[in-house]
Design a protein around this ligand. Structure first.
Ligand code: ZN
Length: 353
């Protein structure tokens, strides 16, 4: 009998997935940074800012606010990839929607709207992801961004429900012990969500003794965001634009804390905010978080680990970048550009190589 080779036993596709590196070696390990835009700086000022971070080894920027078309052009002129950083479900800065459609805002288990009574902080004013009008409205916003010249991708942020459980490192700041889902932070119980869920399951989530323990209700809310991202992804891609998102650090934490099942989203790149101190963790935890995400997302999707600069002096930043690289990610993204000292940039340059 012919002796079978390992390739024959495994089958061609399984073997190729073993032999092929997960990350295309032609793609560089990339560093990004989130940048707060403004309406003050001129294009030459933006070019100077971008030239400085480009010289530090950063090759992509995620920019929110300000004159997007001008800032995107400045980024491209300095050889940077440009993602348009966009707040999605949290629309606290959207005066038009607040004035014209207060009914679009989400409602907690106590029956309070986040528009009238925002949880945690004044800017926590969020739309309901189940409403068709909300999906259509946000689809239009993404379409407009995707049509803007020099925008390589729409970068979704606040693409989730409000934190039903805050990261544990933030509990003291809010004087909270969130060892269970408290009603004032548990969304969305608006009539549209409850009616849609009832049509699927046969019951109103408010009629069960403990809605926080109801698996179908939990999945409904994960899926409400999956459906939203799918709509937005189609809007971006139909205009030849990519789509990325900032998400909570791991699929497990993201589902539990903010109802994000992000491993199911149709994205080109995902940027988990692996901010270790927010979760009372150390730098090696960042690597474990990266591996958990990579194990669940499609192989075609790139993962860039978000790093929180205030918790990473330059030496620690070098260590964190090495941890992320060894975990197999496509790169890192630094929050935020305003905190990038010259010493940080030198550290990035040496770590990226
Ligand atoms: Zn709702």
């Amino acid at each position: 009998m012919k002796r079978r080779t390992a390739l024959e036993i495994l089958g061609a596709s399984a073997a190729s997935s073993l032999l092929m590196p997960r990350i295309d070696l032609r793609a560089p390990f990339r560093a990004w940074t989130w940048v707060h835009g403004n309406n003050v700086d001129t294009e030459s000022v933006w070019r100077a800012k971008f030239a400085r971070i480009r010289a530090g080894g950063i090759t992509g920027v995620l920019v929110g606010g300000g004159n997007m078309a001008m800032i995107a052009a400045a980024a491209h002129a300095e050889d940077l990839i440009f993602h348009a950083w966009t707040w999605v479900m949290n629309r606290s800065g959207d005066v038009w929607v607040k004035v014209n459609h207060p009914e679009w805002f989400n409602v907690n288990r106590n029956g309070d709207s986040s528009l009238a009574k925002p949880p945690y902080v004044g800017y926590y004013q969020w739309l309901c992801p189940s409403r068709p009008e909300v999906r259509e409205y946000l689809r239009g916003i993404v379409k407009e961004i995707a049509e803007t010249p020099n925008v390589d991708a729409v970068h979704l942020d606040y693409i989730r429900h409000p934190d039903v459980i805050l990261p544990i490192g933030l509990w003291p700041q809010y004087h909270l012990v969130q060892d269970h889902e408290m009603p004032e932070y548990d969304y969305c119980y608006c009539t549209v969500c409850r009616d849609k869920f009832k049509a699927q399951s046969g019951y109103d989530p408010l009629t069960v003794p403990d809605p926080t323990a109801d698996v179908a209700w939990r999945e409904f809310r994960w899926n409400s965001i999956v459906e939203m991202v799918t709509t937005l992804s189609q809007a971006a891609r139909s205009h030849n634009c990519q789509i990325s998102a900032a998400v909570f650090p791991t699929p497990t934490l993201a589902r539990m804390q903010v109802r994000q099942a992000w491993e199911k989203w149709p994205l080109d790149a995902v940027f988990p905010m692996t901010y270790h101190k927010f979760h009372n963790q150390d730098i090696p935890w960042i690597g474990a978080a990266v591996r958990e995400g990579l194990a669940l997302i499609p192989k075609s999707e790139l993962l860039y680990a978000g790093l929180h600069l205030p918790d990473l002096p330059p030496d620690a930043l070098v260590q964190a970048i090495e941890v992320v690289r060894n975990a197999g990610a496509a790169g890192v993204s630094l929050f935020d550009a305003g905190q990038l000292s010259d010493a940080h940039l030198a550290a990035v340059r040496s770590a990226i190589g």
